[in-house]
Design a protein around this ligand. Sequence first.
Ligand code: ADP
Ligand code: ZN
Length: 721
Amino acid sequence: MNRVRILTLNAALPALDYRVPDGMQVQPGSIVLAPLGPRQITGIVWEADRLETGDVPDSKLRPLADVMPVPPLSTPLRRLIEWTADYYCAPLSAVARMVISSGGALNGPTTMTEYRLSGGMPERMTPQREAAIDALQGEQATIRELAGIAGVSEGVLRGLVNQGVIEPVSVAIDRLFPTAKPDFDVPALSPDQREVTDRLVEAVAARKFAPFLLDGVTGSGKTETYFEAMAQAIRMGRQVLVLLPEIALTENFLIRFEQRFGAAPVLWHSSLKSTERRRAWRAISEGTAQVVVGARSALFLPYADLGLIVVDEAHEVSFKQDDGVRYNARDVSVMRARFEGFPVVLASATPALESLQMAESGIYEKLDLPSRFGGAQLPHIDTINLGEEPPERGRWLAPRLVAALEDRLAKGEQSLLFLNRRGYAPLTLCRHCGFRFQCPNCSAWLVEHRFSQRLACHHCGHETAPPDACPECGEPDCLVACGPGVERIADEVAELLPEARVAIATSDTLNSPERAAQFIHEAEQCAIDVIVGTQLVTKGFHFPELTLVGVVDADLGLDGGDLRAGERTYQQIVQVAGRAGRGSKPGEVLIQTRHPDAPVIAALAAGDRDAFYAAETEARRHARAPPFGRWAAIIISSEGDAEARQAANRLDDARPHIDDLMILGPAPAPLAMLRGRYRYRFLINARRNVEVQKIIMAWLATQQFAPGVRVGVDIDPYSFV
Ligand code: ADP
Ligand code: ZN
């Protein structure tokens, strides 16, 4: 009797046993189709002794339906799935779904139908059809994707297909990706870079687990250096994964990659079309995708032969996923490298305290690039105390910063103003009655976006047009904007320096690869005098003529009660400061603040990184925060406030009493309502040696939650909302 156990991709299902029909070949890791009731489900064959399920006699087993024509998931990858599920208190199936993230790819090599405009016109034109035809110029995708692009229903497009206005095109999915050439354009390295490179290349060649912390100041050539390690992996015929914190940074990376390797890498991110996704997934699983560049979701793909992972800007918060499986791609990268036996490089100019601590305790090997490449100097940093040098009434830029902007403009150099706030103003209120515009789904203000003439919630995406009169008191023309966003700063610059060419760089304006590429091009050509941007422009960019960076509000990130607020502010400002003076001209950074004596700001102004890390380390040790202790959060949510509160209170009644473990709450979460759900939160703080996950899982298992209640566990949380 050939009996197998499968892990399903549905968290509501247990592991299930099946019979393997004669002639069918399966092994642990095989992806299979199995009958369940009248349906067929996808599952992964697993070692039976690692998954529990009920006892079903052999005679009752149904046969597997099929084996998918893709390579089985390797043993180390299955162990990684288990580790991730255990560590982050997530269902195995939820982690497995991140591996099998292209359903289409499982069907084997094939062609697929996409659609595009044929050039013909419909017999009867309707406004909807006209709008669809306009929107679809030059597009080719599935009907569903086209419907999304055009903002019409699939039915409208099917109608156009029937009339021949939209035509099907057969696309071969498994076209090979272009070959990266490891020796296409090898740079001459500086002695520091050479030393780091040699060590990395040696580690790649050794095919063994080796975690590195590549700690190099901005502009030191971290990218150039790890490119050589990648070249070594490519020469050995192995695959490389590069994780970037933002899709918006990919464009810049792609340009440099092509210059170095003579071909584009394979891209992976959440907005790939399904054909692209499927093609990439198959190439990754078969080993023909040599270098994959992606967002954190690329980490869980079934690489055939991974030989190196690079996590660039490894300190970035965006590597932490905040819903579903709440994993940190930086930490899981290290685990993947360990399970599969290859080096991993965490690159950063401002490493996370946790990573530095790992290096200090000898677990990570630290590689340093202490100076900028080519003799460029790190910029001079100075603070502007807003208490002593305030901006004019109704303005946000202090006179000294304005004078510096004028000076750069006169010299034909570039400036960058950094404010981590999209839109025009973070709060709109009625001058007459004090009414504040709030999101109906979240406990958050609506942010005014003047360009798009919208009030928008940055949490759930709710949008509404600003009304002419106050919805509360009916007074017309009484709405006032409170506080600045980047759009408001850009307006101020335009008023103060009418001849300056100003560009806003945020996820609203650089929302496609084309727009990002155009922005980079214009900034490089110096067709922009002043860039006003959010954290999107703090990393990766290299604009030689940029010599002034102004931080509009350094205090912004410091309040909010987030345990990493100080670290994050430090990292952001060092990163954005790192954009200044990368070419031959020296850079200057002006930081506007009300608290020039706050440890973070003082350390920045003094250029004293060690002082900052020392102070931060002490604060964390004192708070028993990572890396000295552990935090975890449990969020209970429901559409009904009473239901959520009751569930939280009942869980509270069952709270465990354990030494070295402190449970705070339940209390309304800082975002007490999010996307229409009421939220209550427990915070758990423990010593490092306490097995928090086991305790939490046992605690939650004491409860039967109502169907409308959701329970989220966040281990090592980054977001404390
Ligand atoms: P980092 O990633 O550390 O900020 P980059 O890798 O972006 O630094 O390097 C900064 C700039 O210096 C880039 O324009 C890069 O092309 C250039 N550069 C760095 N090292 C070299 C080198 N060895 N040869 C030529 N250019 C280099
Ligand atoms: Zn909202």
